[in-house]
Design a protein around this ligand. Sequence first.
Ligand SMILES: [Zn+2]
Length: 325
Amino acid sequence: METQAAAHSRSRSNLRSIWLLALVLFATLPTLGCHPLSPKRIDITRQYVAPELLQANALPIERGKPRPVIDTIGWVIGIPSKLLFWNRKIENHAISAETEQVLAGYLEENHLQHVKVRLNQYRPFDDFRRLSKNRSVAWPWRYTFGTFSVLGEAIVPGRLFGGDHFNPFTNTVHLYSDVPAIALHEAAHAKDFSRRCFQGTYAALYALPVVPLYHESIATSDVMDYGETSLHDPELQRQAYNVLYPAYGTYVGGAAGTIFPPISFPAYYGSVAAGHLAGRLQSRRIGNDWEGRHDEPQLEVEQSTLGNEDGNISDDERLEYQVRE
Ligand SMILES: [Zn+2]
């Protein structure tokens, strides 16, 4: 049984942990704007893609049929996420043509024709088929972690419960939110994986504590760069700062919570709040910069010259196919 002195000592220790974390958050807040999430393009000089997956992906973007009852229930289930990220289009289960167009441009420019995008669509059997074809992930990873990941998507359908994500084992982006910055972020994960030799290992590492911060910062930094250098779209840049910064905060908070379990709750929400603050400060700065530098802000998706009409890639282009087992 715990004595009163021991209880006091424990509560003092918890208090110290809270202060320590608050100091860490305070110290890292200013760096959020310039370090882990600053614009940085993912280098895709080399990409490793399973040819079977590319050949089977005649229709890279698919859309689920509207199901008003299910989508309305999904919208309601997504209310906490809408509040957390302060955006009503999060998990609205109604993805617009504009978001689809931005995403299609990104996939083409970054040679991601092997990636499947499911817009509010539930297709677990197709995903199992993609899992078996995705030989860029070694089979021991595919038939353990990969199988569990697809089973998870089948049992807890995003169509109802939301949760935009990229599954590296099936090379599939699942979207339920009508937010272009989130769509690009998930596709940026696909881009990051495509340049990795050991994609299964890279995916498995994501399951470890703190490690996701690395993967997440790479994907978000690429979106920041894409908004600035390819789309020339200040609105998308502002959206990226406003949404992806607090989203990164969820990972910072999750990591802090695993290091200091007693303060996981304040760490999580404190990090999201810090992300909102840092993101909004950055997005305001973007607005001012653009007004000064660009006369006509425009939404323009640059079309890649790579790939022919059939979606095939010729030999002299940068895509390098390498099948790994
Ligand atoms: Zn992510």
